[in-house]
Structures are given as C-alpha cells and as structure tokens.
Design a binder for this molecule. Structure first.
Ligand code: GDP
Ligand code: MG
Length: 437
C-alpha cells in the first residue's frame, strides 16, 4: 500500500542527523513512486517532490525532530497545500439556493444528493427539496424517492416530462411555494463522457444558473477520475468537486491530482452508501489519510502532555469494578478535548480511521453529549441501567436533544466502556508502546 511504501521511504532517512542532498533524493524517489502508484498524475507527483526537496534542503533540522519526522511534516504540509488549503462550503445564499449535480452514471450523484440534503436538513434552518432530473431511467426517479423517504426530505419528480430544464423550473417554482430554501437537482449521467450528456447538463446550467454546480466523481476510478474531471471542466464551469467512495481501501490519489488539474476545490467526500456517510473535505486530513502513517509523533507528545496518570489509574480501577459511570465519561471527554479534536486524534493512530467511522464520533457531538450527561441525575450517571423510556424523554427535553440522541449516547457509552475494558487487558499499553517506537 501507499502507506507501507511511504513508511519505507522515510525509513531511509532514519538514523541520519541531517537532511542532505543524498538522503533526501533517495527518499523522494520513493515518495514519488508511491504517489504515482496511488494514481497521482506523474507530472504532479514530480512537481510535488521537487517542491518538497527545495523546502527540505533549505531547512535546518530542529533539535527535537529527527530528519525523517521533519520530512514527514514537510511532505504532509505540501500535500495539504496541493489539495487546496482550507475546507470550502457551498453557497446557500439563493432564494432558494439551487445546487446542480453533474457526473458520470454510477459516480454517486443520487446518493450524494440525498446525503447533502440530509446534511443541510440537520442544520435546522435549511429545508431542502430533492429533484429528479434523470429523464432516461424511471428507476433513477424511484431511487431518489427511496432516498428522500429515508431522510424525510421531499422529492419533486415528473415522469411525464422529458425535458430536465422544465422539471428543474417547475421544481424551483414548487420550492418557492412550499418554503424550500435549497433545491438539489439530481441529473442523469452516462457511463462515459458523451456529447448528449454534456449538452444536457450545460443547458440546465445555463438556463437555471444554479448557485452551486458540483461535479461528482468516484475516487475508486483513480486516474480516470482526473480525466473525467478535466472533460467536465472543459464544458461546464462547476464550483466544486465531490469525491465519493472514499471508504474502504480506496486510494486517495484522485484528490491530489484533481485540484491541480481543474483548479476547483474538493468540497465534500462520500465515505459509504449510507446517508450519513458524508464529510466536509479537509485537505490536511486527506493528507494524513494518503500518508496513512498518521502523525504519530505529535500524538505521543500531546498525549504525554495531557494525560493525567493519576486520573487514569482511578478510572482503570472503576472500569475493573464495573463502576465506570457517566461522570467519569464526562471527565474523559474533557481530557480528550484538551488533547485536540477527537477526529484529529483518532486520525493520528494508524489504522484508526475505520474504527472512528464505526463509532460515528464528531466534534460537535461532544456538545450534545455533555448537555445530555448534565441533564442526568447523579444516580443515573453512576447507574445508566436505570435510564428507562420516561427518563430518556426527560433527559432529551432537559438537554435540548432527542430521545434518539440519548439512546445513541447510551449505546456509545456501552461501546466505549467495552473498548476501555479491552484496552485495559494490555491492549492500551501495547498501543502506547507501539507509538513510542
Ligand atoms: P449516480 O448514477 O451518479 O446517481 O450514482 P448512485 O448515487 O446511484 O451510486 C452508484 C452506486 O454507488 C450505488 O450503489 C451507491 O450505493 C454507491 N455509492 C455512492 N456513494 C458511495 C460512497 O461514498 N461509498 C460507497 N461505498 N458507495 C457509494
Ligand atoms: Mg442517479
């Protein structure tokens, strides 16, 4: 894998006290090979390693860092830069705001339309409308209705109408009448770049003048993703790229190349088939992912700074006696928060990305979690088992959340207790040991 290769590349530098022309050349050759293997365009990979080389050679190796750590940092910073700096959102200023999806068939347009609608709906002030503009496949219209039902978002369609522009116009009128402030146009794609598809999407784009035109592309198609992005970019002035299917072992090379080839920001990524498998694109996290190895060094440093051994010992005792409660959980959260964001933290542990996804942790969730725990009585905190349906309703009300969220927290709490028990069985120590090496 790419991360193994990069690991090997950085190994070459280990044990050297300085970054020199000789050791850096060897490493960069490996880095370049690794990037090309991950479907990064050769020219881009070459430019990239040249930039890294200049930076590396011009830099004094800090006392506290080994040359290989220094190189990891330079490579990561450069990758982040290459993928576009800060995360960018979508323009929601329209009345309604119209978002047009484009891309090949199977790239994930319909799925992403649903995910985005769900993402916006959860922001409370947005009332999205999904619109089926795929006029060729009746099944595609049905698919969008299924998606809409899943996430409880209205879907506009008209199987009699064969002109997608007319459907879009009718949908926008419908949105205005019914108080929808976001209109998401799901369109038809083809299996390959094709004139009719391009004409159709351009016509929708020119007539409707959407606030956002998003190009959806399957990251699993690797180098093809770049070619497709280029072809669409030549015809359609889209505002942003959506990179789907970045779950599993998908290589991240497409993300590196796309931005430099089309010069459009990647806005969101899709990480699964479910409606909540959507993430705002963060270049630095993507760089971590591509590097795979994670920023182990700074994790260890931060963990050591903040980790209160005494507190940890107390908690371990409680876990052992099955006395670990929500008060302790709250303390742990505060501990973790001191260390940085949960996602960043997990992202630093090699291989933890998958686990993180299963646990469904996000930074905003902390606020809700804390609110929920604060709404529990001391007894409920130490004996979560007593929390029955009516207590859940009370807690939900008190914390301004829902019974569903309370349930979710209870579930996560059980999961976390289990995990901590597992870590206690020596796994945790092993992990810390591993990270120090
Ligand atoms: P469309 O033809 O562009 O509308 O593509 P669809 O939305 O119908 O998606 C095609 C297939 O890809 C479906 O089976 C989706 O479930 C799947 N899919 C879409 N996005 C993702 C993703 O982020 N991860 C995974 N694993 N599958 C996805
Ligand atoms: Mg579709």
């Amino acid at each position: 894998s790419l991360s193994d290769k990069l690991d090997k590349a950085f190994h070459v530098l280990k044990g050297h006290g300085q970054i020199t022309e000789v050791n850096v050349a060897e490493t960069l050759k490996e880095v370049r090979r690794a990037l090309v293997d991950a479907d990064v365009n050769f020219k881009i990979a070459k430019n990239f390693t040249n930039t890294v080389k200049e930076k590396a050679l011009g830099q004094d190796v800090l006392n506290t860092l080994k040359p290989n750590q220094m190189m990891v940092k330079i490579v990561k910073d450069e990758l982040t830069e290459l993928m576009g700096g800060d995360a960018e959102g979508v323009d929601l200023s329209g009345q309604p705001s119209v978002i047009l999806m484009s891309g090949l068939q199977g790239s994930g347009k319909t799925t992403f339309s649903g995910k985005l609608a769900n993402f916006l709906k959860n922001k409370k002030t947005k009332k999205p409308l999904l619109v089926a503009c795929d006029v060729y496949r009746p099944a595609a219209i049905d698919q969008l209705h299924v998606v809409g039902e899943q996430i409880n978002v209205d879907v506009f369609s008209n199987k009699e109408e064969k002109n997608p522009v007319k459907i879009a116009e009718a949908a926008i009128a419908h949105a205005k009448e019914n108080g929808h402030n976001v209109v998401i146009l799901d369109t038809a794609g083809r299996l390959a770049i094709d004139e009719q598809m391009m004409n159709e999407i351009s016509e929708i784009h020119q007539t409707i003048k959407p606030q956002e035109t998003l190009f959806v592309v399957d990251a699993m198609t690797g180098q093809d993703a770049v070619n497709t992005a280029k072809a669409f970019n030549d015809v359609l002035d889209f505002n942003g790229v959506i990179l789907t299917k970045l779950d599993g072992d998908t290589r991240g090379g497409a993300a590196i190349s796309i931005k430099s080839v089309v010069d459009k920001p990647i806005k969101f990524i899709g990480t699964g088939e479910k409606m909540d498998a959507i993430d705002v694109f963060h270049p630095s996290r993507m760089a971590d992912r591509i590097l795979g190895m994670g920023d182990v060094v700074s994790l260890v440093e931060r963990a050591q700074e903040q980790y209160d051994e005494e507190e940890a010992r107390k908690i371990q005792k409680k876990i052992a006696k099955n006395k670990f409660g929500f008060d302790d959980f709250l303390k742990q959260i505060q501990q973790v928060k001191k260390m940085g964001s949960m996602k960043d933290l997990m992202g630093m542990i090699p291989g933890a990305g998958k686990m993180m996804k299963n646990m469904d942790i996000d930074d905003d969730a902390f606020k809700h979690i804390e609110a929920i725990i604060h709404s529990m009585t001391p007894d409920e905190r130490s004996n979560p088992n007593v929390i029955n349906a009516s207590r859940k309703r009370r807690i939900g009300k008190g914390s301004g959340t829902s019974v569903q969220e309370v349930n979710q927290l209870l579930k996560q709490f059980t999961q976390m207790s289990k995990m901590m028990k597992m870590m206690q069985g020596g796994g945790g120590k092993k992990m810390m040991q591993m990270m120090k090496n």
